[in-house]
Ligand binder design. Structure first.
Ligand code: UDP
Ligand code: MG
Length: 349
């Protein structure tokens, strides 16, 4: 899919080793780009690490792509990846991770809800041996109680019914070591529920608590419907508990049906009570019909997932990419793919 990136010829700047990559997916974020870049850069410069910023434009419809190209021309440390359309945050993150070449990779939102000032602490935990440093939200300023309540309930439900252990109240803000990134990129499912994938790979994890800030500017891309859909994705990607629930519901209703029939027969034969069941018949048909359709829908959801997986389409398509240093130096480089992503790539083509 990224034939364009693969054709980058060799150069010197872009092949310098990078200690830290910061991956940021962006969708219509022109209002925050400058301020985010300034704050992030000042923090990273203070840290004195060899860093790169991998900024992924997820098919934005505002000034984001132009501003990213601009930034890449100005700042040697910026790699800008432009996806061909809006693929969603999970795909944009995957694109970012595949294009990052740091020994450690930090993922964060563009809107500064995840404060860059925490990066030194994350690096410290990584140097102390953690392969994954998870950032856990102690508080979520600027988010409604309904969002907080539903997020809380969802993580607990998912942990209860799936075999992955997702630390509650952690978002995508985290540090991954090279080992963790390579492990993650080996998971080549199309349907990428990142929080679940992060948890699935295991590896020694350190959790750090922080206060989540409100957005600096712009608006959230998630409404309740898309959050619900993400939650449903999460559950159906990591658990078949809903299928079991459908089966259990079927069992219970069937048992109830048998008992009810026995009772009707006994009533008619022994007590001589004529069967007068129109209302109960209709309600039974309605309830059972509902349960059946719901269960078929649920099974369909899993079949649909399998259908999408078997197509083995790439997770995203890159329209254009500017590698760090490239725009500023007029130099290009062949991309530094990890072995894992090369395989993944060959499979996708
Ligand atoms: N995002 C993206 N593609 C999308 C939606 C969102 O790349 O289709 C990015 C967005 O630009 C931001 C991050 O994902 O950097 C988180 O989005 P947002 O701040 O809207 O989510 P919230 O913090 O409200 O959960
Ligand atoms: Mg946000």
């Amino acid at each position: 899919m990224n034939a364009l990136v693969e054709k980058w010829p060799g150069d010197s700047y872009a092949s310098r080793p990078v200690e830290l990559s910061v991956v940021i997916p962006m969708y219509n974020e022109h209002q925050v780009i400058e301020i985010m870049h300034a704050r992030l850069t000042s923090e990273l410069v203070r840290l004195r690490v060899a860093y790169e910023l991998v900024l992924v434009d997820d098919g934005s419809r505002d000034g984001t792509p132009r501003m990213l190209a601009d930034l890449a021309a100005r700042d040697l440390a910026v790699t800008a990846v432009f996806l061909s359309r809006n693929f969603g945050k999970e795909a944009a993150l995957t694109a970012g991770l595949e294009h990052a070449c740091g020994a450690a990779v930090i993922i964060m939102d563009a809107d500064l809800q995840d404060p860059p000032e925490l990066i030194p602490q994350m690096m410290q935990a990584w140097k102390a041996g953690a392969e994954v440093v998870c950032m856990r939200r102690r508080s979520r300023a600027g988010e409604s109680w309904l969002k907080r309540f539903s997020a809380h309930g969802f993580y607990r439900l998912l942990n209860a019914i799936s075999d992955v252990d997702i630390p509650p109240d952690t978002g995508d803000f985290r540090l991954l070591s090279r080992k963790a990134v390579d492990a993650l990129l080996q998971l080549n499912e199309r349907n990428r529920y990142m929080k679940g994938l992060f948890a699935w790979i295991g590896l020694p994890t350190t959790v750090i608590e922080y206060d989540r800030m409100p957005r600096v500017a712009g608006a959230t891309k998630w409404d309740y419907l898309s959050l619900f859909s993400l939650a449903f994705q999460g559950i159906t990607s990591f658990s078949i508990a809903p299928l079991r629930l459908a089966m259990a519901t079927g069992l219970v209703t069937a048992l109830f049906g048998v008992l009810f029939t026995l009772w009707v027969v006994v009533k008619a034969l022994v007590l001589g009570d004529p069967v007068q069941g129109y209302p109960s018949l209709i309600s039974m048909i309605a309830i059972l019909g509902g349960v059946q359709l719901l269960s078929i829908g649920l099974v369909g959801e899993y079949i649909g997932k399998t259908y999408y997986e078997t197509k083995r389409r790439p997770v995203y398509i890159v329209r254009d990419a500017i590698r760090r240093g490239e725009a500023a130096n007029g130099l290009c480089s062949k991309f530094d793919w990890s072995a894992a992503s090369k395989d993944r790539y060959a499979a996708a083509e």
